[in-house]
Design a protein around this ligand. Structure first.
Ligand code: GLU
Length: 432
């Protein structure tokens, strides 16, 4: 039977990286086994839920590429399930508990008769755990105001939605005996439970909602590649048999399994994420890079999208974060870019540099085939003729066309800028 899994966040804040990882594990499990991934917003706590939080969850999941498979139609879009729209169903289940004397009313609230004993939980990741409910009071399932308690709606929905595997954070392990008791009361077979380890800060402290780096939104704003964050989150608490680290999405899908989810907590190491991010940007196909990078350029790129794409192709291997792109590519889009004073002093004012730049300008003015290969050949030929190293041309040329001493490979950069811009920039640099 194809598995049915779900991500069931409560919209009480922004999407936490732990939540994003839970969603990812569920999604990968569904995709790997040809099952369904259900998104269910657990918004029964009206006082704590916000629409903003729901929006952050949906946009965060979309950004990570985690699409959900079913849900009510909303204006042509497939919405997630919202528990706030399912009260009739919960009422029916509570009535059923009352009818069978498995629950009772007390001071307006409905309480479920918990089994006051030690309950055995067989968890797919944590193994067999025994949890003692003997001192637990009976479980409130419905409040006096008619609203429902998390445990009830969570179990009813998993049942109604035919969920086969509940993959969720370890913080819910202690709730599981109560959930098992509810399944039994409803005469239903419980799903497989798989509780995944918590995420800790790098120093080993528990990552709380307030910690820097705990919100998915921070990574989106900073301009990480979703591909990299997805890969990194996946390795927080899971690793494939051969401990491979850099993996594209199809590989993650093909390899993800619950058997290799770790039992111990995972530490969030932002340096490792940085490394992964740089590697992903370099390794990903150009088309994918363009897709994720274009929005970062925004308005700058709108007048000539074709040119903007060529610029992005040139800087691809040098980008750390997509949010750096406007600054990092500014000189491609405007001619009055600043010349770094230190670079002017060190490179352009170096004895002989002005003459070499003039000579290179004259050479390039005659270059007909404006391609990186020819530009390289021409520069090197000129250096040989003048008996100096190519670097003596490369450095002033780079400062002249970009204002700085570091950047993408020179010849592709020259090619993309085009002859007219390059020659004008040489003139401007000589006047500096
Ligand atoms: N709404 C719960 C949470 O956000 C869901 C727990 C579960 O996945 O069962 O923690």
């Amino acid at each position: 039977m194809a598995p049915r899994v779900r991500f069931a966040p409560s919209p009480t804040g922004w999407l936490h990286v732990g939540g994003a990882r839970t969603a990812l594990f569920n999604w990968l499990y569904a995709r790997r086994h040809g099952g369904a991934f259900v998104l269910r917003i657990e918004d029964t706590d009206a006082a704590r839920n916000t629409e903003e939080a729901t929006r952050a969850i949906l946009s965060g999941l979309r950004w990570l590429g985690l699409d959900w498979d079913e849900g009510p139609e909303k204006g042509g879009d497939r919405g997630p399930y919202f528990q706030s729209a399912r009260k009739e169903i919960y009422r029916r289940y509570v009535q059923c508990l009352l009818d069978e004397n498995k629950a009772y009313q007390e001071k307006g609230v409905v309480r479920f008769r918990l089994p006051h004993k030690v309950v055995r939980v067989a968890d797919r990741i944590c193994g067999t755990v025994h949890i003692d409910l003997s001192a637990e009071p009976d479980l409130t399932v419905m409040r006096a105001d008619g609203s429902f308690i998390f445990h009830l709606v969570n179990v009813v929905d998993d049942l109604e939605m035919g969920i086969t595997h509940v993959i969720r954070g370890e913080d819910h392990l202690s709730n599981t005996p109560k959930h098992l008791a509810l399944y039994e009361a409803f005469g239903a077979t419980p799903p497989v439970f798989a509780h995944i380890p918590l995420i800790l800060n790098k120093d080993g402290s528990k990552m709380s909602k307030r910690d820097a780096g705990a919100s998915l939104g921070e990574y989106i704003a900073k301009g990480y590649a979703p591909d990299a964050l997805r890969n990194y989150l996946c390795l927080l608490g899971w690793s494939p048999k051969d401990n491979r680290e850099l993996m594209a999405l199809d590989e993650l899908i093909a390899r993800f399994d619950l058997d290799h989810v770790h039992r111990s907590s995972a530490r969030f190491d932002v340096e490792k994420l940085e490394w992964m991010n740089t590697r992903h940007m370099m390794d990903m196909p150009l088309a994918r890079f363009l897709e994720i990078a274009r929005p970062s350029l925004g308005e700058i790129a709108s007048s000539d999208p074709f040119y903007a794409d060529r610029v992005l192709a040139v800087v691809k291997d040098k980008v750390k974060h997509l949010s750096d792109l406007p600054e990092q590519t500014a000189y491609f889009f405007r001619d009055d870019f600043p010349l770094d004073p230190a670079a002017v002093e060190k490179v352009l004012r170096k004895p002989g540099a002005a003459d070499r730049l003039a000579a290179l300008r004259a050479r390039y003015a005659n270059t007909m085939d404006w391609t990186s290969t020819t530009l390289e050949t021409d520069l090197k030929a000129l250096a040989a003729e003048m008996g100096v190293k190519p670097a003596e041309f490369i450095h002033p040329c780079r400062v002249a066309i970009s204002g700085r001493t570091v950047g993408p490979s020179l010849y592709p950069m020259l090619e993309v800028l085009g002859k007219a811009r390059v020659l004008a920039r040489f003139d401007r640099a000589r006047a500096a």
